[in-house]
Design a protein around this ligand. Structure first.
Ligand code: FAD
Length: 372
């Protein structure tokens, strides 16, 4: 199925846009409830587990379509959708000794998706620059064997509307033999020691409820996957492609808005819109070509390719939005106009992990290394 051209997704996106027109500031509860009811929240999960069995390419297409209409809905969706792509990898991705445990976690997580529970990302920390290795949150094993997280996170999209956070924390190898430096943990948002602040006031993505979160000895209900999950599975490219799709959708939304009838009388404006269409189509083709190659544990060369793609697509999408805004004339020069909102929303793509400066620095360090 081509998720982009699916009438269902196009119609859903149109409803999201309509709701945004009425209220672009409040959490888009109705739209998120539609994602739940339509088994779209975890659409990458196999059909048998309550998902749609979507590939990463299909997820990218759908997120882009929704982002063109409502970037906030697309961003809130990207976090649980990405996680469902990781749980969709199935039992074989685990080392033989961890397979039974991982299979049972897949079942439990899928069950929660079916119940409409949102798994939101709560990983970023002030000053970490988006690097997992620079985080300060720690997980320590408590008396009953439960891991307890302590640390300060920022920008957890969906905030208190989420039921669970998947959160990174540093661990000790004495407590988790074979662990990596950083592991993911699953935490109930209502657990003791979890404080969701009310400090979100974004430049764009206004309705995403991307709040700060404080963990004080907050119990995790499980370690995500198995020890050294981040290195053994290399899951993050899945989200990077979805983040790029959000930025790309913003550019598509601006382009659609400006190309809407009546066709601009000026040949110069028409020529610039044709040029913008070519830029958009090239970005989309680059992103889809990268997404089509997704597989777990794909190695350093693929990770670099995803980093280049995410960096280029988000940066150029934002540039495209800005170029089109400059062409757009006074009609769109209103704080709440759709074009102005899409422009502000597009900057989130460059901030999302890895943020632009860190991404560019990493790419510069990698320059000259073998790419295959
Ligand atoms: C709308 C929105 C929604 C978000 N939703 C989520 C979410 O749901 N979950 C989540 O976990 N995060 C979320 N994020 C956070 C996003 O992933 C962070 O912006 C990102 O991790 C970077 O953190 P920071 O901007 O606080 O960087 P800071 O640590 O404050 O760094 C500031 C700048 O300095 C640069 N920098 C810092 N250290 C280095 C270094 N060593 N080398 C090179 N450059 C460096 C960074 O790249 C960055 O540009 C969201 C962000 C936005 C804008």
């Amino acid at each position: 199925m081509d998720a982009r051209d699916s009438t269902e997704i196009v119609e859903f996106a149109a409803r999201c846009a309509e709701r945004d027109t009425g209220d672009a500031e409040s959490f888009p509860l109705e739209s998120v409830n539609e994602l739940k009811a339509g088994r779209l929240l975890g659409a990458a999960l196999p059909v048998a587990l309550g998902g749609r069995g979507w590939s990463l390419s299909e997820c990218v297409e759908a997120v882009e379509t929704v982002a063109a209409a409502s970037p906030s809905v697309a961003l809130v969706w990207a976090m649980p959708l990405g996680l469902s792509g990781i749980y969709a990898l199935g039992p074989d991705v685990a080392p033989p000794s961890e397979r039974a445990r991982w299979s049972s976690q897949i079942e439990r997580v899928a069950e929660r998706y079916r119940a409409g529970e949102i798994f939101a990302a709560c990983n970023s920390e002030r000053g970490a620059g988006g690097a997992l290795s620079a985080i300060k949150t720690v997980a320590r094993r408590g008396p009953g064997g439960t891991f307890r997280l302590s640390g300060d996170k920022i920008l957890a999209s969906a905030g208190r509307y989420a039921s669970h956070f998947f959160s990174t924390a540093k661990v000790s190898r004495e407590e988790i033999p074979g662990a990596g430096e950083v592991e993911f943990f699953l935490v109930e948002t209502t657990a003791s020691g979890v404080e969701i602040l009310d400090d979100w006031d974004g430049f764009g993505m206004r309705s995403t409820e991307s709040q700060s979160v404080r963990y004080r000895e907050a119990p995790a209900w499980d370690l995500m996957g198995f020890p050294d999950f981040v290195n053994l599975v290399q899951p993050t490219p899945f989200w990077s492609c979805l983040f790029a799709a959000v930025g790309l959708g913003c550019a598509r939304g601006v382009l659609e808005e400006m190309s809407a009838p009546p066709v601009p009388a000026s040949p110069a404006v028409r020529a610039r819109l044709v040029e913008a269409t070519m830029r958009y189509e090239a970005l989309r083709a680059y992103l889809l070509a990268t997404a089509a190659e997704w597989r777990p544990a794909a190695g350093a060369a693929y990770a670099s390719r995803v980093l280049r793609t995410k960096t280029y697509v988000t940066q150029e999408s934002t540039r495209l939005c800005a170029d089109l805004m400059a062409l757009s004339g006074g009609r769109h020069y209103r704080r709440g106009s759709r074009v102005a909102r899409l422009l502000a929303d597009s900057f989130a793509g460059t901030a999302l992990r890895p943020p632009l400066p860190l991404a560019i620095e990493t790419l510069a360090e990698q320059f000259g290394e073998p790419q295959a």
